[in-house]
Design a binder for this molecule. Structure first.
Ligand SMILES: Nc1nc2c(ncn2[C@@H]2O[C@H](COP(=O)(O)OP(=O)(O)OP(=O)(O)O)[C@@H](O)[C@H]2O)c(=O)[nH]1
Ligand SMILES: [Mg+2]
Length: 205
């Protein structure tokens, strides 16, 4: 038995679930954004999302002054306690669900849940505190997830070349490294395109 395909251009009846043509739906893929505390993960997701991003920010208090180093980001007064979530349409047939991880070590247990079903991850790095991104690099390497490194360039910090960062972090040649600005949407889109291209090129990790 053949089913009639619902065409919204012809028919203005509301779409019923049995009329929805899945073959015309864009492919939706999940990607993760990880990195150290305060490197700009929430900023990254918020800059690019075309829906109001889901955030789980908690105000930081004096109680965490000994553990949370704010010297690189003195303006920062909240921190992610569970996840960020946003959505971006990269092409007519490709939608990305972008999940930001919490940066503080005490919330790293969330990463195991957030990583499920992801096709790849962005590791964000700040050249003033490069070592903070090692846990995220190790995590993606250990689970075999394709990843790209996005160096979030903060105002006033020294501008390095991607190859300098690659060498400093001993990142393999197969992994893309890009200098970007998490506050600029086009820069975030460029990072995501780089990741998706890398994840889909089939290079084994
Ligand atoms: N100058 C500059 N500031 C930035 C940039 N990205 C983020 N910031 C600022 O740096 C601070 C940290 O940003 P967040 O996006 O909250 O960092 P995060 O990685 O989500 O932090 P946690 O979730 O707490 O680990 C905020 O005050 C941002 O406004 C950037 O590219 N340049
Ligand atoms: Mg955050």
């Amino acid at each position: 038995m053949a089913f009639a395909v619902f065409d919204p251009a012809i028919d203005d009846e509301p779409v019923q679930p049995w009329q929805y043509d899945r073959s015309r739906a864009p492919v939706a893929v999940k990607v993760l954004v990880a990195g150290g505390f305060g490197v700009g993960k929430t900023t990254f997701v918020s800059s690019v999302s075309e829906i109001a991003p889901l955030r789980t920010e908690a105000v930081m208090t004096q109680a965490s002054a000994d553990t949370d180093d704010l010297s690189a980001t003195p303006e920062k007064n909240t921190t992610t306690v569970a996840m960020d979530f946003g959505r971006v349409t990269l092409a007519d047939d490709l939608v990305l669900y972008v999940y930001g991880t919490p940066g503080q070590e005490r919330f790293w247990f969330m990463w195991d849940d957030l990583v499920r079903g992801a096709i790849g991850g962005i590791v964000m790095a700040d050249t003033r505190r490069l070592r903070d991104c090692f846990p995220a690099l190790d995590y993606f390497e250990s689970c075999g997830l394709p990843y790209a490194v996005a160096v979030n360039h903060f105002d006033g910090s020294h501008a390095y070349e991607p190859e300098d960062v690659r060498e400093a972090l001993t990142i393999p040649d197969r992994v893309p490294v890009l200098i970007m600005d998490a506050r600029r949407r086009e820069s975030v889109v460029e990072s995501l395109l780089m990741l998706v291209g890398h994840a889909l090129d089939g290079t084994p990790e």
